[in-house]
Design a protein around this ligand. Structure first.
Ligand SMILES: Nc1ncnc2c1ncn2[C@@H]1O[C@H](COP(=O)(O)OP(=O)(O)OP(=O)(O)O)[C@@H](O)[C@H]1O
Ligand SMILES: [Mg+2]
Length: 272
């Protein structure tokens, strides 16, 4: 009888002890999850604050220029009308830059929104590439740059406006950073990778390229490889961040390859 009681007590003790350990283990897991959530929230807040600081800085530069030129314009308008016209042009350039920056910011937040929906349609690729070529013809010939387009992807099921936007951003970069008389190529091909078929669109140039230090960062918002560049002459560093999000929202991706002094190549991959 005593032995049975002892066994029952031992069983109960074992049950209680294992319950206690399971409970402790669960509490540890919960504590760890809470700690991770707190760290994630802190990181999110830090990134948000960084983003606001960057945006403010980018907005301030052209705004300060507009304010400065309009003040100087006031005094130049009577005594030096030619100078006054030049200041007016600078005000116009800065207002344009401000408008572009705001458009890019709006586009980025639109694509990143959780309830964002594409206007997906099946469209012919050649006419879109032809349109892009025509849009850039004047700019490219102004710098003696040559554009070659070779495409074997007939149709694409994607958001046509966004496809055009991504190609345009890459071509704008190739035009802006590859220097005078450079050769720029756009190639569209079908690729098989990991058993899936992708439409690959490459924009390649033979300009100075991007260094190994800068390459991992160029898709970050506001990142510019050339730190010494005049803020007013270049872009704001949002173009490639927009391209990346366009591709992610299509279930695709973008790859950049470059070696300093040997040109840069950007490839967009759309799943078929
Ligand atoms: N084809 C290229 N050749 C050399 N450097 C490039 C090329 N494309 C991009 N870069 C570098 O990557 C940086 C980030 O490019 P991104 O398009 O995001 O910004 P941006 O061109 O400076 O401004 P935005 O596109 O907003 O007008 C550029 O500032 C430039 O330094
Ligand atoms: Mg750009």
């Amino acid at each position: 009888m005593n032995t049975i009681l002892l066994l029952v007590l031992l069983g109960l003790f074992g049950f209680a002890a294992s319950g206690f350990f399971i409970l402790r283990f669960r509490l540890r897991v919960m504590e760890e999850a809470l700690r991770k959530e707190r760290l994630d929230n802190e990181q999110l807040l830090r990134r948000g604050a960084e983003f606001v600081a960057n945006v403010s800085h980018e907005l301030k530069t052209p705004l300060a220029a507009i304010k400065g030129y309009s003040e100087t314009l006031r005094s130049a308008i009577k005594r030096d009308p030619d100078k006054a016209l030049e200041f007016l042009q600078r005000i116009d350039d800065n207002a344009e830059r401000l408008a572009l920056l705001i458009n890019d910011l709006l586009e980025l937040s639109r694509i990143e929104a959780p309830n964002f929906h594409h206007q997906v349609e099946l469209f012919k690729v050649d006419p879109v590439l032809q349109e892009v070529r025509e849009q850039f013809a004047h700019k490219l010939s102004g710098r003696g740059q040559t554009l070659l387009v070779r495409n074997e992807v007939e149709n694409l099921n994607a958001d046509k406006r966004m496809f055009e936007h991504a190609i345009t951003n890459l071509l704008e970069n190739a035009h802006r950073y590859s220097g005078a008389s450079s050769l720029i190529e756009i190639t569209g091909t079908l690729k098989t990778e990991n058993g899936r078929i992708w439409a690959e669109f490459k924009v390649q140039d033979n300009g100075p390229g991007i260094s190994v230090e800068d390459l991992p960062h160029i898709f970050e918002r506001f990142y510019r490889a050339d730190k010494s560049r005049n803020r007013l002459s270049g872009g704001s560093g949002l173009g490639l961040a927009i391209v990346k999000h366009i591709m992610l929202s299509h279930g695709g991706h973008v790859k950049a390859q470059s070696e300093a002094k040997r040109g840069a190549s950007f490839a967009l991959y759309f799943p078929l």
